[in-house]
Ligand binder design. Structure first.
Ligand SMILES: [Zn+2]
Length: 198
């Protein structure tokens, strides 16, 4: 990663819990994936990616402001390139990475697991960019990841901590980190996932 990262900002899509964002009619324009759907929302809000970044990653996504999106089954999809300035938190985009969970205030176990694993993987990536990094084969544990972020001066936050007008991502990122990245039980989505096309 060439860009200096100071903040990792967690978002939610504020769409129904446990519902995959597939839209469109099969056979008409084909299927629309969640990142494509979010790309449409962000296009409507006037967000725009620069051509040189589209050429590097996800050329079909014209607008999406997030760097990553976590789907209901736990897949982590890419949006903007990690070195591309995002459009997800006004005033804080230059030195941040934005990741968005599909849902509102309950997320599947697969999503919580992916968020934890992604964050621990990112800690490793950032750590390994330091001069003379420690040898590390596996991902750091959640506690180790927090220590790495602290040492690097990287803060992990929810959107609402930077913008008091927002409730996003509708869970307390601070207590989640403190607990070793364990999901709050009342915020685990246990019902069947909706909106998938078989
Ligand atoms: Zn947000």
């Amino acid at each position: 990663m060439a860009r200096k990262i100071e903040l990792i900002i967690i978002h939610c899509s504020d769409s129904p819990n446990g519902r995959t964002l597939f839209t469109g009619t099969p056979g008409e324009h084909g299927f629309v994936t969640p990142v494509q759907e979010i790309d449409r929302w962000h296009a409507q809000r006037g967000f725009k990616r620069q051509p040189q970044w589209r050429a590097k990653q996800n050329p079909d996504l014209t607008s999406i402001g997030y760097h990553f999106v976590i789907y209901t089954r736990g897949a982590v999809a890419t949006g903007r390139h990690v070195d591309e300035v995002g459009a997800h938190c006004q005033g804080y985009n230059a030195a941040s990475i934005g990741i968005c969970l599909i849902g509102c205030d309950k997320f599947t176990r697969a999503q919580w697991d992916s968020l934890r694993d992604w964050l621990c993987g990112l800690a490793k990536t950032l750590e390994q960019q330091k001069p003379n990094p420690p040898k590390r084969f596996n991902n750091p544990t959640p506690a180790e990841a927090r220590a790495i972020f602290a040492q690097l001066g990287v803060r992990v936050l929810g959107h609402r901590q930077l913008n008091p007008d927002k409730t996003c991502p509708n869970f307390n990122v601070y207590t989640w980190l403190e607990s070793g990245m364990q999901p709050p039980v009342e915020q685990i989505y246990l019902d069947p996932i909706e909106g998938e096309i078989a």
